[in-house]
Design a protein around this ligand. Structure first.
Ligand code: THU
Length: 131
């Protein structure tokens, strides 16, 4: 695994743990997300699928919703765990939801094999919709 700071390592572990709790009986593709707020609190999400496929909630949006519901709207870093190699970035919907709360954000894309990609929200969505 690439060298990670202690805080980053903790965030990655929470994302990998959350992935284990994904509910993905339709796609079989499990995703976990861990979002560290300014102040250090970590909010997690996993994908939760539905028989009505469009009702599926992505892991990243689950983490953002949990944070906002708890009163946190400022974030430091997001870790996302998938099985893909290289580790997969968030979908466009999730990127747009993150942009609502973050001018920019450090993002760690990981998988259970220990691969880590450091990226940023501004790199993944350089021209977001802002109305
Ligand atoms: N998924 C996420 O959880 N996050 C993303 O950014 C993209 C896709 C989920 C949705 C669905 O349950 C599964 O991955 C396959 O698309």
């Amino acid at each position: 695994m690439a060298k990670l700071e202690r805080k980053e390592q903790g965030l990655v572990e929470r994302a990998l743990d959350s992935r284990e709790r994904a509910y993905a009986p339709y796609s079989g593709y499990r995703v976990g997300a861990a979002l560290r707020a300014v102040g250090g609190e970590i909010f997690c999400g996993c994908n939760v699928e539905n028989a009505s496929y469009g009702a599926t909630i992505c892991a990243e949006r689950g983490a953002v919703l949990a944070a906002v519901a708890a009163g946190c709207q400022s974030f430091e870093q997001l870790a996302i765990a998938t099985e893909s190699s290289p580790p997969a970035p968030p979908c466009g919907l999730c990127l747009q939801v993150l942009v609502e709360f973050c001018d920019d954000l450090s993002i760690l894309l990981v998988n259970p094999r220990g691969e880590v990609v450091h990226t940023r929200l501004s790199r993944l969505i350089p021209k977001p919709f802002s109305g």
